[in-house]
Design a protein around this ligand. Structure first.
Ligand code: AMP
Length: 119
């Protein structure tokens, strides 16, 4: 796959503050936050999109879910957050290196979402 901004960030080529990191993934603040807490969890392995993951990635995908629990507890939002994965252009994905969006600190009912981040 082609290298992406997230490949550069996970390798440390672009200095970025990590909210969390371990041997398999890093977490960073989204540059254009859609909620007061908007963190991206990015595996170090550059899988382009979720649908490209294979059986070989089973443990990694589980690891990412457990990392989400750790990160949300660390940030104090484990009792209320939304986890989003955009898959492919049709799913709104813009960076083709798998990542999970953790969104928290706002209401997620449809009316609030329609009003945007201030909602
Ligand atoms: P997606 O649309 O699911 O591919 O999400 C890509 C996300 O990456 C968007 O929410 C962007 O705001 C975010 N993003 C892009 N470049 C950076 C960057 N250098 N640092 C942090 N977040 C970024």
């Amino acid at each position: 796959m082609e290298d992406t901004i997230f490949g550069k960030i996970t390798r440390g080529d672009i200095p970025t503050e990590f909210v969390y990191e371990d041997e398999h993934c890093v977490a960073i603040n989204d540059i254009h936050p859609m909620a007061p807490v908007h963190v991206l969890v990015i595996p170090r392995k550059p899988i382009p999109k979720l649908a490209d993951a294979t059986d070989e990635d089973q443990a990694l995908l589980g690891h990412l879910m457990l990392a989400v629990g750790k990160i949300t507890r660390q940030l104090g939002v484990s009792e209320g957050f939304r986890l989003v994965v955009n898959n492919g252009e049709g799913g709104g994905q813009t960076v083709f290196h798998l990542h999970l969006h953790i969104l928290a600190g706002r209401d997620f009912d449809e009316a609030s979402l329609a009003r945007g981040i201030q909602g």
